[in-house]
Design a protein around this ligand. Structure first.
Ligand code: ADP
Ligand code: MG
Length: 322
């Protein structure tokens, strides 16, 4: 478990983390999202002890990271694998030797049968068994990240920290990496912390997420809690401030906060009230298999009161526009 409480971190005069408190549970896939410069990477580096902090507390498995001796810190760091946007592979080493690198640093011989077996097993897990001897330059971006994931797992960590792990990859490849991370969590039962500026990543795999803005934690919850009915900060982050909607009639936004089972309500309403409307905006997203989001209906001015009353009575969350 990772427990962060009232964490403050400054670089000189600059406050980079301002009173951050959050808890990440065992076996969870936890997201930290926010714009570039929000402090996400610094927060991750405080968790693995690469950054010192001025006040507050960061506890991993009950131990204060900032109070560990160098030897204890190194031990803790071995229990945390890390992957990055730019993969950080050594270009002169092949896939096997890149994955083996943390073992070498830890003084373990990768040629020893049990170590070799572990390396091969991980290379197989990430789907690169046919690339053992390939150098990084012979691999695609997605394949490089797979090597980096195998390398991050080679010392059997129980936490995997991912810093913008998919930000340099195209959407289809990102999909594959996200499925792989979920599979790793499921099969190895490790905790995965995902730092990203991509909402796509968070909604697809994270069970809970924190939104950071200007060094502060603005909101925490399930991805659907943050993104289905986004507050002003999150709308700004998503670039959704200048939505164009019809200026005639009345716009009614319906939120689907549980699986879009509420959808039939719209056709029922059309039948029951005998009204016409147009769907002028649909913002539905897949949150780990649940389709959630909002729809905007444009209805005639005179129909609006009946439509709103009907939807509210049916238990829908609605918001009236102009
Ligand atoms: P993010 O990962 O969300 O983009 P970072 O944690 O990298 O944000 O950076 C947060 C802020 O801290 C930025 O303003 C950045 O310039 C500053 N910063 C990061 N690392 C250092 C450092 N080593 N020295 C001084 N300022 C830093
Ligand atoms: Mg960063």
């Amino acid at each position: 478990m990772i427990e962060i409480s009232h964490l403050c971190k400054r670089f000189g005069e600059l406050t980079v983390l301002d009173d951050i408190s959050l808890t990440i549970n065992y076996g969870e896939i936890y997201g930290i999202i926010g714009q570039s410069g929000a402090g996400k990477s610094t927060l991750l580096r405080c968790i693995n002890g690469l950054e010192k902090y001025q006040s507050g507390s960061v506890k991993v498995d009950g131990r204060e990271v900032g109070a560990l001796s160098t030897a204890e810190l190194h031990k803790l760091q071995k229990q945390m694998g890390m992957i990055f946007q730019n993969f950080n592979l050594l270009s002169r080493l092949n896939v096997f030797d890149n994955v083996a690198l943390p073992m070498r640093f830890a003084g373990l011989n990768p040629r020893k049968p049990e170590h070799r077996e572990r390396i091969l097993e991980l290379i197989e897990l990430v789907g690169l068994s046919d690339k053992l001897k390939a150098r990084p330059r012979e691999l695609s971006g997605g394949q490089k990240q797979r090597v980096a994931i195998a390398r991050a797992l080679v010392l059997n960590p129980h936490i995997l920290l991912c810093d913008e792990a998919t930000s340099a990859l195209d959407p289809r490849i990102t999909q594959g990496i996200l499925s792989l991370l979920t599979r790793i969590r499921d099969e190895m039962n490790i905790t995965v912390v995902v730092v990203t500026h991509q909402m796509e990543v968070v909604k697809q795999i994270c069970e809970r997420v924190s939104f950071l803005k200007d060094s502060r934690l603005i909101q925490e919850g399930r991805p659907e809690d943050l993104f289905v009915m986004p507050n002003a900060d999150i709308n700004a982050f998503l670039g959704k401030t200048d939505e164009t909607l019809p200026t005639t009639g009345r716009n009614v936004r319906i939120f689907f906060t549980e699986n879009a089972e509420e959808a039939p309500v719209i056709s029922m309403m059309a039948r029951d009230l005998n009204v016409d409307f147009s769907i002028c905006r649909a913002d539905l997203n897949d949150f780990r298999g649940q389709i959630l989001g909002s729809l905007v209906l444009n209805v005639k001015e005179e129909d609006a009161p009946r439509v709103l009353a009907y939807l509210k009575k049916a238990g829908c969350i609605v918001e009236e526009g102009n």
